[in-house]
Ligand binder design. Structure first.
Ligand SMILES: [Zn+2]
Length: 505
């Protein structure tokens, strides 16, 4: 009798609850309020999951997180926030929107047009709500995109504009470098991406950038400067890695063969794979400690070199079948004319060196964080077999492979990246008062980062193989986007582009 009564009460409760359920969100439209009900929460601050909770969004802010007491819920006396629209988060995980700290907004590859929407929709479909754009050919074009994104005129992550510094026409004198920094500041950029400049120019540029309040991302290539310059000058983040082992070589220069030519990309990437082994382990720790002391963060972009250690894996990624745009496919093909498409005569020996390179690099990353260093995550996609969005999820898997707990891995792509941007007081957390950049994931990414791939994972559900996972909703600035629908748009875009060009797969 008791059992029946209890069942009745529960049935009544759920009926009442069902009747009171609000409308689902309309993709691309910000409602006055939105509640994500009964979801598990991963905050992004390096703390474990907790929940379930109801997360209330008002306009573009997280208004309230209500932790649910299961007993109170069962007895129908739980306080549940009301909202105009509602997402059922049962069995789902809510995370801060992912931040892509090393992104390239691209609308062409190798001079062939590629729809801007292709890039933007793939990022959103992968749960990316902010990108740090590091060095587009046209700064003004990216500034315009930033504005259109802010005004919700385009479905796009937030854009932080880091203008390329060092590209032609490159400032040739320290004074010209300072003038260029001031000009960029007037244009309204968020920061500077420095590539391949000599020490005198870099010194002037960084000094001026600090004065006007611009952050600096340094693509630390094999060049005159290395991590010691970043430490001395106060670079915000080192992108990639070369400048770090380079700073730890006892003799000061890698043992290149005499025929080496930096501008030959086969040479460049082949011998980059033999750089980490030359770093003196003791000196390397001193470099890492000095980066920590100098507050130089590290955005390693592990994913963008992966083809060098496993070309076959890179060339056979399953999402290429439906989502690889023919423009990008053509660009990825080995061709000395395209940057990063250097796989001509790539050998098993090259891959073996690169596997060792990764092991030392990954250990250095772990040491860096253990010593207090700040690590971010970015995909650098659009090059070397990495697709927008998918590349960032692969990057997260590689952070796990480096030895980081998945809780820390999520932190790298959320609150750490927010700190690198200087946005840590309003982005990168699931926290009341923060901007409503959230993702609703079908599955637990702390158990399996692969559930973040837009194409999901294969699981056994009720005894049969089924595809689950993926981001269901990407909420940016309070605007919910139906992520599977964005992915379907991309698939259709690719199908049409292939048909138009007579490309069969
Ligand atoms: Zn890049």
């Amino acid at each position: 009798m008791m059992m029946i009564r209890r069942a009745l009460i529960l049935t009544q409760f759920f009926l009442t609850f069902a009747a009171a359920a609000q409308a689902p969100p309309v993709s691309g439209t910000r409602a006055e309020s939105l509640v994500i009900r009964n979801a598990m929460v991963v905050d992004g601050a390096g703390t474990p999951a907790s929940g379930p909770a109801d997360i209330l969004v008002r306009a573009n802010r997280i208004a309230e997180i209500v932790w649910l007491d299961p007993v109170a819920v069962a007895e129908g006396r739980a306080k549940r926030p009301a909202a105009v629209t509602e997402i059922d988060g049962t069995g789902k995980y809510v995370l801060p929107g992912l931040i892509n700290a090393h992104a390239h907004v691209q609308d062409e590859r190798g001079g062939i047009p590629q729809p801007l929407d292709y890039t933007l929709k793939l990022w959103l479909a992968s749960g990316i709500t902010s990108v740090r754009e590091v060095g587009a050919p046209s700064t003004q074009q990216i500034l315009d995109l930033r504005g259109r994104s802010e005004r919700a005129e385009v479905a796009s992550p937030r854009v932080f504009v880091y203008a390329r510094f060092g590209a032609p026409p490159e400032p040739l004198t320290p004074d010209a470098a300072r003038a260029r920094v001031r000009e960029l500041k007037r244009m309204g950029v968020d920061g500077i991406k420095s590539v391949g400049v000599d020490r005198d120019i870099m010194t002037a540029m960084e000094d001026e950038a600090h004065k006007v309040g611009l952050r600096i991302a340094h693509h630390a290539g094999v060049e005159e400067t290395n991590a010691w310059d970043d430490i001395r000058l106060g670079t915000t983040s080192i992108e990639h890695w070369y400048g770090i082992p380079d700073a730890a070589i006892k003799d000061g220069v890698q043992g290149f063969p005499p025929s080496y030519n930096y501008n030959n990309e086969v040479d460049r990437f082949r011998y980059a794979g033999r750089l980490w082994r030359e770093a003196d382990p003791e000196k390397l720790l001193t470099v890492l400690d000095s980066m920590v002391a100098g507050k130089v963060a590290w955005v390693p972009t592990l994913d963008i070199y992966e083809a060098s250690r496993d070309l076959q894996r890179a060339q056979a990624q399953p999402w290429f079948a439906d989502y690889l745009h023919p423009t990008l496919e053509e660009y990825f093909r080995p061709n000395p004319k395209n940057h990063g498409s250097y796989f001509l005569g790539w050998t098993s020996t090259d891959e073996t060196f690169w596997k060792e390179n990764y092991r030392i690099w990954m250990n250095a990353l772990r040491e860096f964080e253990r010593r207090g260093g700040l690590i971010g995550a970015g995909d650098d996609a659009g090059f070397i077999y990495q697709m927008y969005g998918f590349g960032l999820i692969r990057e997260l898997e590689l952070h796990q492979e480096a030895g980081f707990n998945t809780i820390k891995v999520i932190q790298h792509a959320t609150s750490n990246n927010a700190r690198i941007l200087g946005e840590e007081s309003r982005l990168g957390r699931v926290k009341a008062g923060y901007l409503a950049d959230l993702i609703v994931v079908d599955g637990n990414p702390l158990e399996n980062l692969k559930v973040l791939y837009p194409t999901g994972v294969e699981q056994i559900v009720n005894g049969v193989a089924a595809r689950t996972g993926g981001v269901k909703w990407t909420i940016k600035d309070g605007i919910p986007y139906d992520a599977p629908r964005l992915l379907a748009d991309v698939k259709e875009m690719v199908r049409q582009a292939r048909a138009a060009r007579g490309v069969a797969r």
